[in-house]
Design a protein around this ligand. Structure first.
Ligand code: ATP
Length: 486
């Protein structure tokens, strides 16, 4: 099939619109450095401003674009690239400033009007910079909070329990609040467990106590986009000054986003070294332990472990109850104790979900005029949540016993017979997979075993799942059973 230039441009535009729709802000950042040349008989000719843009677009966007073109035309698309520093008609118009509201906060020291500088500690990461003239004036009092720093995420609203107390204490120390300070502080844990909350709390605390402190709070994605914009606009000096010099406290959320982004990792490595060398506090969050970060340079991984790695586990029942009560009080929701307990019992996987359910119940209650009582909560949750979410450890134990023809007491007993131990390990693994309860909680439910026993059981089954077809078959059968039964 041969197409006219207009037709091929129209096809390309449709593919591009589709791709832009998936992530408009990121798209515009990148496609300001790409130009369409031609699309003829399955050969797509593109121009990139530099190699870096080319690589990024090729890795992150091209598959979506070429898939869409294939869908529209049936062509199996080949891409021909040219490097051209001076693009005449880039696909996206790049504004002078990054196109999205930066998910970062930079607080610069106050210079005008002259006000007494905030009391600075004699030394340490948050000590005032030598009084270099700074171009951007900032308010002398605590600056207004940007949207991306949630005003509710403070230490005061964070409920501390065994699952998060180390991370909490370390966060307080990182904010200069006493205790041994670790640099970097690496906070890791599953989704919705309070990592971002703690990082915001650090920023709030520092801003309260030292309004002049220069804090950068940034997601790793934002850091990446800033970096790219700086490269595109030849503003690397500004970028480096911002991150390496005019920064007393660097808070980076979701560092796992840097996976496989080698050049950004390299830049972050140097940023890290510069700040660490000046003893400026660095706090990083991640959904994984440093050593489990994939496609991350070894030297970065090792630096992440230089200070303290503090993990957050799924909260225990008591903490969940406290969180849900706290949230209700903050939102002005009247929540009877039995409903708080019920919610905490059935929603274990993450706090975000727990909070979301509470808000949903409150909204439904005000719409229907029904009070949030136990019957109402039960009915709503059963109707709304996928049943897998409200499955309990006991449900999994029951399913495993049924599958392996065991009695439930076998799983909690001290019996080390091979077949019983294997079934027990499988049950522990499924609890970790499906319920996201903490290792200690699982240990308690399996005859008060130590959390390290659970961790090793889970690891064992993970390894066998990948190598042993029989184990995989058991797991698949159980997964099916749980999906059907639950
Ligand atoms: N211990 C806690 N006390 C009070 N609120 C909490 C606690 N843990 C989590 N939350 C709340 O749960 C919600 C999700 O937390 P947060 O956004 O910090 O999770 P996260 O670990 O950063 O997740 P993700 O990795 O998905 O970004 C927030 O509203 C937060 O305030």
């Amino acid at each position: 099939m041969t197409t006219s230039r207009d037709e091929s441009r129209a096809i390309f535009d449709r593919a591009i619109d589709h791709t832009r729709g998936l992530s408009p802000a990121t798209f515009d950042q990148w496609f300001g450095g790409v130009q369409f040349d031609d699309l003829t008989d399955g050969v797509l000719s593109l121009r990139a401003q530099n190699e870096f843009v080319l690589e990024w677009v090729k890795t992150n966007f091209l598959p979506t674009i070429t898939d869409k073109i294939r869908e529209l035309t049936g062509w199996s698309v080949q891409v021909a690239w040219t490097i051209d520093q001076h693009l005449e008609a880039p696909i996206a118009n790049v504004p002078q400033m990054p196109p999205v509201r930066p998910r970062s906060l930079v607080v610069r020291p106050s210079t005008t009007p002259p006000t007494p500088p905030p009391p600075a500690p004699p030394s340490g990461p948050l000590a005032a910079e030598p009084r270099a003239p700074v171009a951007v004036p900032a308010p002398a009092r605590r600056p207004a909070l940007p949207d991306d720093l949630n005003p509710k995420h403070t230490f005061a609203t964070f409920v501390v329990g065994p699952s998060n107390q180390l991370a909490h204490a370390a966060a307080i120390a990182a904010a200069g609040g006493g205790g041994r300070r670790y640099n970097p502080l690496f906070i890791c844990g599953g989704t919705g467990l309070g990592k971002t909350h703690l990082v915001h709390a650090i920023a709030h605390r520092v801003l309260d106590e030292r309004p002049g402190a220069r804090i950068i709070y940034v997601s790793a994605e934002r850091f990446t986009n800033d970096f790219i914009t700086a490269i595109q606009h030849h503003r690397m000096d500004d970028f480096r000054a911002k991150y390496r010099v005019h920064c007393d406290l660097l808070l980076v959320d979701d560092i796992q986003f840097l996976a496989g982004r080698e050049q950004t990792q390299e830049e972050f490595f140097h940023t890290f070294n510069a700040l660490h060398g000046l003893d400026r506090q660095i706090v990083v969050t991640s959904d994984k332990y440093p050593q489990n970060l994939e496609r991350m340079e070894e030297r970065l991984v090792s630096r992440f472990s230089w200070g303290l790695v503090a993990d957050i586990q799924a909260p225990e029942l008591e903490t969940r109850v406290a969180i849900v009560r706290n949230k209700a009080a903050l939102e002005g929701i009247i929540l009877p104790d039995d409903v708080a307990l019920y919610l905490a019992q059935v929603i274990r996987s993450n706090v975000r979900e727990l909070e979301g359910t509470l808000i949903r119940l409150a909204a439904k209650s005000s719409l229907t005029g029904r009070p949030v009582d136990l019957a109402f909560a039960r009915a709503e949750i059963t109707a709304a949540a996928p049943r897998a979410q409200i499955m309990s450890v006991e449900d999994i134990q029951r399913a495993v016993c049924h599958h392996f023809h065991l009695r439930s007491i076998d799983l909690t007993s001290k019996d080390r017979h091979k077949s019983i131990a294997f079934a027990r390990h499988v049950a522990m693994y499924l609890c970790k997979q499906r319920l996201k309860v903490s290792f200690p909680e699982i240990g308690r439910a399996f005859g008060n075993r130590d959390h390290t026993t659970v961790m090793s059981a889970v690891r064992k089954i993970e390894a066998q799942r990948d190598t042993d077809p029989q184990v995989r078959a058991h797991l698949e059968a159980l997964e099916r059973k749980l999906a059907g039964d639950s």
